[in-house]
Ligand binder design. Structure first.
Ligand code: ADP
Length: 565
């Protein structure tokens, strides 16, 4: 069996008794048996002495234990990750640990006796005062969140728990730094708000789109139905057809905008730089919108900022065209009376374009958001002007792709001036032939041979009707293969109107094949995609030019004239 260890105290007693017996043995001779009382007294004294020594030893041990415990407590208190703070009932700091020192950004000595409320940021004072009041009046644990304005100007958020001490009029607080948590929470709230906003915009967009698409559809379907009425006068018929046409144009604009914005989103739009005669672009826009502006009795004018020696620049022509079209179209749309002026001037390394109108102007709070997608200056249901709210968002994306900026200056009731910049890269090459509007009338000619290639019958009929006044011979093909065959058998064909999207062989491939045996024939691509890079793709395949569907008769005639004169 294992021998049990004696407790420390008992061992000590035993050792001491042994020591005394030894003393007695050594001193025995000196004590006389005739003095029993004195001997007894000495014995008792010795016992007392032993007990005293024992007590002393115990005290020493207890003190050592206490020192260890105190050290442990100080370590725990000071180095605790949470702040500990003792406050008087007046809110004065009585004691604190290192974490609290760090939170308040000051050392312990300077903090003792100062008011803790001094460190609470002013907007959190009421919360703090109520918290202290609850702590001292209830004897229950209380909690609150406080914003602290640290000595080093930094803001900290703390979660505070507090309770009164039963002994004195003081309370103990724990402080947990929740600054990071608070910022994460703020970010989460912002992200949620953004998601909710995006969702709201999406719904608004859908409602808007639905309205924008249904309105022209209503015009197209309703008036085509009415056209079937047999008793209509010629004038009424023309009026209805006009409405159908306008509704169709409106619908096309919306579809183009949606396509452009989805292309921007999926980063499918590239910057295609070419030599561009900037003055001709501005003039082209002027001629394009002149009639529309005059129909609204608006004065329209333009100003070019470069002379003919410097007008040729390197830029993306289609994007400049789209930008000016968008801004001038808006200016005409929103202006009821007065004038529209547009143009550009050279400012340093940039060309700064402007479109100025005398329209209703834009409220300050809308000047930024109108450039966001689907956002309009007036998002109320009763808004007066049609539109998808995409035009300026597309314009902004284009300008940024070109390396410029777009902004608006406007005062409500005093018109608006939209401005955008693009880098000015002068082109030193000779002038290129740039397509302009032909003033000359197209003369019919029986010798012309024109091939229409399209797999869609209504499109073939439409083109047939459009080019009939030219009086030439018209051939038709319903596929790429057939087009190649017709061209082979009729080398005299002057012009091919080539549809691009066709089954089995598309228009690009058919053009490439035709070019292998006929380099002279003029091929004009016609596509329904209507995207800026369509033109480039058509040219690369060997087409001379490009026209987008739905085909505008005047544009088609201009193109034909340009190539067949
Ligand atoms: P949409 O014209 O289809 O509404 P835009 O993105 O082109 O979309 O324009 C956004 C908004 O900016 C318009 O709805 C309108 O409130 C405001 N805006 C644009 N151009 C003008 C202008 N010239 N005058 C007044 N407001 C304009």
């Amino acid at each position: 069996m294992k021998k049990q260890k004696r407790p420390l105290k008992e061992t000590y007693k035993l050792n001491k008794t042994k020591e005394i017996l030894q003393i007695e043995k050594n001193e025995g001779a000196e004590v006389s048996p005739s003095e029993p009382n004195t001997h007894k007294l000495i014995q008792e004294l010795k016992v007392y002495q032993i007990e005293l020594e024992m007590q002393n030893e115990e005290l020493k041990l207890a003190k050592e234990k206490e020192e260890v415990a105190k050290k442990k407590y100080i370590e725990l208190y000071d180095f605790a990750p949470s702040g500990y703070l003792t406050l008087s009932n007046k809110g004065k700091i009585i004691d604190l640990n290192i974490s609290t020192e760090n939170l308040l950004g000051k050392n312990r000595t300077s903090l003792i006796n100062s008011s803790f409320g001094f460190f609470v940021s002013s907007d959190a004072r009421t919360v703090y005062n109520n918290f202290l009041q609850d702590v001292f009046s209830t004897n229950l644990k209380q909690a609150c969140e406080l914003k602290l304005a640290g000595g080093d100007d930094s803001m900290r958020y703390v979660l505070v728990n507090g309770i009164t001490s039963n002994v004195e009029e003081k309370c103990m607080l724990t402080l947990v730094d929740i600054t990071k948590l608070k910022f994460t929470e703020d970010e989460l709230i912002k992200a949620r708000e953004k998601a909710e906003e995006a969702n709201r915009l999406k719904s608004a967009f859908l409602a808007n789109m639905s309205h924008e698409i249904r309105t022209p559809m209503n015009g197209i379907l309703g008036f085509s139905e009415l056209l079937k009425t047999l008793t209509l006068t010629g004038e009424k018929q023309r009026e209805f057809i006009d409405i159908i046409q306008k509704s169709g144009v409106r619908m096309l604009n919306i579809i183009n905008d949606i396509i452009s914005i989805s292309k921007i989103d999926s980063q499918q739009i590239e910057v295609l730089v070419s030599n561009t005669n900037i003055n001709e672009q501005v003039e082209y826009i002027y001629h394009f919108f002149k009639l529309e502006a005059e129909q609204k009795k608006l004065d329209i004018s333009f100003k070019n900022g470069l002379n003919s020696d410097n007008e040729l620049i390197r830029t993306d022509r289609e994007k400049i065209y789209a930008l000016l079209t968008n801004l001038v179209k808006n200016a005409i749309k929103f202006t009821k009376t007065g004038s529209i002026e547009f143009g550009y001037e050279k400012k340093g390394d940039f060309l700064e374009f402007y479109v100025k109108d005398t329209g209703p102007g834009i409220r300050d709070e809308y000047k930024e958001i109108i450039f966001e997608r689907f956002r309009q200056g007036n998002e109320l249901l009763s808004r007066e002007y049609e539109g998808s709210g995409l035009g300026l968002a597309i314009s902004k994306a284009y300008v940024e792709m070109l390396g410029g900026k777009i902004w608006v200056k406007s005062k409500l009731g005093q018109g608006s001036t939209f401005r955008f910049t693009i880098p000015y890269h002068k082109c030193n090459k000779k002038k290129e032939l740039i397509q302009t509007v032909s003033e000359e009338k197209i003369r019919p000619n029986k010798k012309w041979k024109i091939l229409i290639v399209d797999d869609d019958e209504p499109s073939r009929i439409l083109l047939n009707m459009m080019i009939k006044p030219l009086e030439g011979k018209i051939f038709q093909a319903t596929s790429g293969h057939e087009a190649i065959k017709v061209c082979r058998h009729n080398p005299g064909i002057n012009l091919v109107l080539m549809d691009i999207r066709m089954k089995t062989m598309d228009g690009y491939e058919a053009t490439r094949q035709i070019r292998k045996f006929n380099k002279e024939v003029v091929i004009i691509a016609q596509t329904a995609f209507a995207l800026p890079d369509d033109r480039e793709m058509a040219i690369q395949a060997g087409c001379n030019s490009y026209i987008s569907k739905p085909t505008n008769r005047m544009d088609l005639m201009d193109l034909i004239h340009q190539y067949l004169r």
